[in-house]
Write a protein that binds this ligand. Structure first.
Ligand code: NDP
Length: 448
């Protein structure tokens, strides 16, 4: 049953009609609109001036063909997208995803989330997202490079440090950003460092960017627990996924004294009751680019469960860090029965609406992705700052900035939830706080 205010129902129906078949986008819009009832009752101008309607329509949507040649000399073809969603607060900012499931609905959901996440960081960045249905699994470095070069040969004309600044996401890490930046530099004949973030440290990258999303998720979790007089120390933690976000969430949780016992990939999960060996996890995933089962093969006491749900593993803190809608109502029920205290979304929208509702009804602390994983894009903005000032900061300084930013994100969410009568509801707090900031900027900028 929807919790949508009657004044917002027609706006949601317009989104459904304008964007048929884009289920993930509909889900992301509904989640935000469900929080905004008290806001539009207090500020009817947001409806009267069509701010909600404008917010739900991307400023620009690009779809283009990416032809490339594989190692056998065959021509391959993929489709790529860039959705430039909202630039009221700054240049479009958001990652690129390479995964066979990518289509316009996924890119729009991610771009829409990005608007609010970026506002929550308090930094001057708008929202956008992109990607391709290209599957990098099993592709050689040379194939990845040719694909990235072909994609950038079209995308470059839409980018710029004051226009649109992509970064990584699923399937796009340091290697891909390097190839994309190299091609941008070649085509434009400009060393415009601030046009992409997630760059390598040798050519304009920032310390902590690789770790930032996972670390930030754990910093946010720490704040949520601290607000109830609790902490991560000694807590049993389960992480889903074993990519960029998952690895560094596990690393920081362990560093703060938690016992991280499980992680996963799309083929199954690993339980290691001795606590995950993060160094081995990095070797398997980042260096060997192997499957998570290879981790268990090298740790005699660890067990690999093929095809199972990582949420069957008992934990007090759950950090879903893989992909959208990976944690459903059944998984949420299992987690609640097993005594989970806190759930923080390292991934974007990993919990289904039913799962989120269950956590909230069961008084589990619940942090939505747009708040909990904002540390990644925040550190991207710090990378842009360093690029603009031709500076590079130490790891310690950058991590401290990230921590301060996550404390600020938590404070903004908590304050908005209190002000609008839903104390402790971080979903409402995140949506309301960020909406107000973006909506006020849109009103100030006129009808554009
Ligand atoms: P990676 O590509 O590094 O890792 C993704 C992980 O999730 C892999 O373990 C992958 O397993 C698993 N996964 C992906 N798709 C599926 C699926 N359909 N079913 C089950 N498992 C899946 O991506 P990131 O760690 O960068 O991103 C993870 C999440 O975090 C995404 O939701 C992303 O949008 C979000 N995020 C990322 C940020 C960043 O800075 N990287 C910033 C903010 C949010 P397998 O290898 O088997 O596919």
């Amino acid at each position: 049953m929807s919790r949508l205010d009657a004044a917002l129902q027609p706006h949601y129906e317009i989104v459904l009609a304008r964007n048929p078949g884009e289920a993930e986008f509909h889900q992301a819009v509904l989640e935000v609109l469900e929080s905004l009832g008290p806001v539009v009752r207090k500020h009817p101008e947001y409806v009267e001036e069509a701010v909600i309607e404008r917010l739900c329509e991307p400023e620009r949507q690009l779809i283009f063909r990416v032809p490339w040649t594989d190692d056998q000399g065959r021509v391959q073809m993929n489709r790529a997208f860039r959705v430039e969603f909202n630039s009221a607060l700054g240049p479009y900012k958001g990652g690129l995803r390479f995964h066979p499931s990518v289509y316009l609905g996924i890119v729009k959901f991610l771009g829409f989330e990005q608007i609010f996440k970026n506002a929550l960081t308090g930094m001057p960045i708008g929202g956008g997202k992109g990607g391709s249905d290209f599957d990098p699994k099993g592709r050689s470095d040379a194939e990845i490079m040719r694909f990235c070069q072909s994609l950038m040969t079209e995308l470059y004309r839409h980018l710029g440090e004051y226009t649109d600044v992509p970064a990584g996401d699923i399937g796009v890490g340091g290697r891909e950003i390097g190839y994309l930046f190299g091609q941008y530099k070649r085509i434009t004949n400009r060393y415009e460092s601030g046009v992409l973030t997630g760059k390598g440290l040798s050519y304009g990258g920032s310390q902590v960017r690789t770790e930032a999303t996972g670390y930030g998720t754990v910093f946010f979790t720490e704040q949520m627990l601290a607000a109830t007089g609790s902490s991560l120390s000694g807590r049993r933690v389960v992480v889903s996924g074993s990519g960029n976000v998952a690895i560094y969430a596990a690393q920081k949780a362990a560093a703060l004294g938690a016992h991280v016992v499980a992680c996963s990939d799309s083929s199954g999960y690993v339980v290691d009751e001795d606590g995950l060996d993060i160094g081995l996890l990095q070797q398997v995933k980042e260096v060997d680019r192997a499957r998570i089962s290879a981790y268990a093969e090298q740790r005699p006491k660890a067990e690999f469960v093929a095809g199972g749900s990582v949420w069957d593993v008992r934990c007090e803190v759950a950090l879903p860090c893989a992909t959208q809608n990976e944690l459903d109502g059944d998984a949420a029920r299992t987690l609640v029965e097993n005594g989970v205290l806190a759930v923080a979304e390292g991934a974007n929208m990993p919990c289904t609406p039913e799962a989120t509702r269950l956590f909230q009804e069961s008084k589990v602390l619940f942090a939505p992705g747009k708040a909990a994983n904002a540390g990644g894009v925040a550190t991207s903005a710090l990378e842009m700052q360093q690029n603009a000032s031709r500076d590079s900061w130490s790891f310690e300084h950058t991590e401290e900035r990230l921590r301060e930013i996550m404390v600020g994100v938590h404070e903004r969410c908590a304050a908005a939830a209190d002000e609008y009568g839903t104390p402790g509801n971080y979903v409402a707090g995140a949506n309301i706080s960020s909406f107000l900031q973006v909506a006020d900027a849109m009103l100030a900028l006129g009808v554009v």
